[in-house]
Design a protein around this ligand. Sequence first.
Ligand code: F6R
Length: 240
Amino acid sequence: MKVVVNNEDVISQFIADEFIKVVNEKPNAVLGLATGTSPLKVYADMAKANKEGKVSFKNCTTFNLDEYVGLEGTHNQSYRYFMNENLFNHIDIDKKNTNVLLGVGDYKAFMNKYDQMIKDAGGIDIQILGIGSDGHIAFNEPGTPFDSLTHETELTKQTIKDNSRLFNNISEVPTRAITMGLKSIMNARKIVLIATGKNKAKAVYGLIKGPITEDMPCSILQKHHDVTVYVDEDAYSLVK
Ligand code: F6R
């Protein structure tokens, strides 16, 4: 596991550069994407590079990590909406090649075929991850089996509290989600994880130094052959 410590602007540009490199080497690359606050600058940097002609996403396919159960893709807190607003509307990707799990309708049928869809697309070439303050990656909360594939899950009180900042009221935060599993994530060829801020410090410690345990889902990444963790000083503060 490689670790890069720098400020948020710099690590975001580094990660955007990693994506750009993968896509320039393989124009039909399969990209694994995350939502949340952590990747926002990365996506802005990717969109800027696309506008400047440094990369084209025209032939790429994307798969997102997760979605809230109960939110339509048009809801402003759904992850489909987030991806359109923060990345897809600003790059030259063909939207029909962007895959985000469904949270309504026949979402279970879609969930059940998601891992096969990823496989059929050739597998994820590069996956970006954020990390929850409780050590979750995607919505794999503590206790999730390491061999899990895409599944429905209940969010922890901590995650609901953390994510309530984006809703009008904590009672509006969905309590369930669909998420790629830990095994689905481990299947990616290359993984980059971004974490900033003091409230991620404990999880980052578990990620880098802690024992590999299902109580700290991110710790499974210690077993992946190509992971780079990008952190700021605050997120790294318990490791050094
Ligand atoms: C989102 C996701 C989550 C977030 C994590 C951190 O697709 O998979 O695991 O990465 O909850 O969220 P932020 O970046 O908002 O702190």
